[in-house]
Design a protein around this ligand. Structure first.
Ligand code: CA
Length: 500
């Protein structure tokens, strides 16, 4: 079946500790919509405690269980609510993916005195002066947790660098004594190992060993199916290759993984995939930027270029396609929000085509009320169209800068399957497309858009249309057998019980 990943959070949702319970209650509804995997936000305690979105990680072993950083719970709830949400998702037949943030730590419990070398934040390979005394936040003792689950204490030997030295307010990045940046990371700023906080030295043997141990503990404690890996371009590629291999060997499980390599440069993504032996999928950031450009170019974008230098174009089996996420939403660090009028078009492209594993964003499915952004009203319908209609061979009509389209011929084992889709960033228009002779004499009806039904001619062609700045999706007119099939499929999904 056609899978759909759902990102189950957005950045600005209230810090009221209710998300895990909300997810638990929504699991079946999402399964009915066609969701097959849920990407959950970082579950461990961040330096901002109950306010932390989760990326300012303080203690990987505190999943909302210990009174640390001002509260027991995290932004999303307690450990028991988290594990219960994971269980309910699995019961609904939805895979669960935990967000794994191993690049950095924030909110150290104590400072340490250690020699440091200031380096240029814009070119991390360039020292700014000689070694000096430092007072740095690198000691993590986790007083609220004690030695429960792990006796490991983090100190300056576990980190490469920090951005703050109490004895030197003039510089903004410091390499710790005896440390260097990993060489197999992104090359921006000379070397992009350092991102924020205290940068974890994943190459130090004692740190590697502790993180490998944590990975097994996390899967065992929560029963997650896999991971979304944060900030992979800032972490030694060899580390995640080894981390995943170790975990898969130890658990004997598939452990699905998708990495966030935030770059619009396809070559950087392909090179990373080669370095990690293709042990993970990557989010298709170049495709996101095409959607962004198309939605902000007032009709000047050439839609024939949509897949140029994208991961789904070059390496479709490794690509997780998406429209927006918690970092691209308005006000966030990587803000590049796809404008509302183009959202349905972008989602029809990731959800209805053959290639790529689509990820739907909570902020598009449910809206971002904190920013006055409504849900994408066509999205539930597009997800259902993926579930029931987006099957069979694909035929592309990316032959015009302003109106492009594609068809799916359908699969005879799925009654009623097959579709035709048109997208425009301009005035709209018509396009004659071949859906196949099996539909000769039949009628296609418009499910997204306001177009009239289209009669398919004897050669299997129909002339489909789309209005300015919209998309349109047509399916074969439903029959009694396709109706019965849908009812049966909904019931099956509603009743699914996965035992584990
Ligand atoms: Ca790093």
């Amino acid at each position: 079946m056609n899978g759909i990943m759902l990102q189950t959070f957005e950045w600005d949702m209230p810090s009221d500790g209710t998300l895990w319970n909300h997810i638990r209650r929504h699991a079946r509804r999402w399964a009915m919509l066609g969701v097959t995997a849920a990407w959950l936000p970082p579950a461990y305690k961040g330096s901002a405690g109950a306010m932390d979105v989760g990326y300012g990680v303080y203690d990987l072993y505190d999943l909302g269980e210990f009174n640390q950083k001002g509260s027991v719970r995290t932004k999303y709830g307690t450990v028991h609510e988290y594990i219960s949400a994971v269980r309910h998702l699995r019961l609904a037949g939805i895979q669960t993916l935990g967000d794994v943030v191993l690049n950095h730590r924030l909110g150290a419990d104590e400072t340490e005195s250690v020699r440091v070398t200031p380096v240029n934040p814009d070119n991390r390979l360039e020292a700014q002066g000689s070694q000096e005394d430092g007072s740095v936040y690198t000691r993590f003792t986790f007083p609220g947790r004690g030695r429960r689950y792990s006796p490991f204490t983090w100190d300056h030997t576990c980190f490469t660098s920090v951005d703050w030295n109490g004895l030197d307010p003039d510089h903004h990045l410091f390499l710790l004594d005896g440390k260097g940046f990993a060489s197999d990371v992104d090359r921006e700023h000379g070397n992009f190992d350092y991102l924020m906080g205290a940068d974890v030295d994943v190459q130090a043997p004692h740190v590697r060993e502790e993180l490998f141990r944590w990975g097994s503990w996390y899967l065992h404690r929560t029963h997650l199916d896999g991971f979304r890996l944060d900030a992979v371009k800032h972490i030694s590629a060899a580390f995640y290759r080894d981390f995943l291999r170790n975990l898969r060997q130890k658990t004997g499980r598939e452990v699905y993984a998708v990495g966030e390599y935030w770059s619009s440069d396809l070559q950087a993504l392909l090179s990373y995939l080669a370095q990690v032996d293709e042990s993970m999928n990557l989010f298709d950031t170049p495709l996101h930027f095409h959607f962004y450009s198309a939605s902000h170019s007032s009709g000047q974008y050439d839609l024939r270029d949509l897949f140029r230098d994208t991961l789904v174009g070059a390496r479709p089996t490794q690509a997780v396609t998406f429209v927006d996420n918690h970092d691209t939403q308005p006000g966030q660090s990587l803000e590049s929000w796809v404008d509302g009028w183009f959202k349905a078009s972008a989602y029809s492209i990731i959800l209805l085509r053959e290639q790529g594993y689509p990820c739907v964003f909570w902020g598009d499915l449910h809206g971002i009320p904190e920013k006055g952004i409504g849900a994408v009203s066509e999205l539930p319908m597009l997800m259902q169209l993926r579930l029931f209609h987006a099957y069979g061979p694909e035929r592309d009509y990316f032959d015009d800068p302003n109106v492009v389209g594609f068809v799916r011929e359908g699969d005879s084992s799925i009654p009623g399957s097959g579709l035709a889709c048109l997208v425009t960033d301009e005035k709209g228009g018509k396009k004659r497309m071949e859906v196949g002779r099996q539909f000769a004499g039949k009628t296609f009806v418009c499910m997204v858009g306001d177009e009239k039904p289209v009669k398919i001619d004897a050669d299997g062609f129909g002339t489909f249309s789309v209005r300015g700045g919209r998309c349109s999706v047509y399916i074969p007119r439903p029959t009694f057998s396709s109706f019965l099939y849908h009812i049966r499929e909904w019931i099956r999904r509603f009743l699914t019980l996965r035992l584990f």
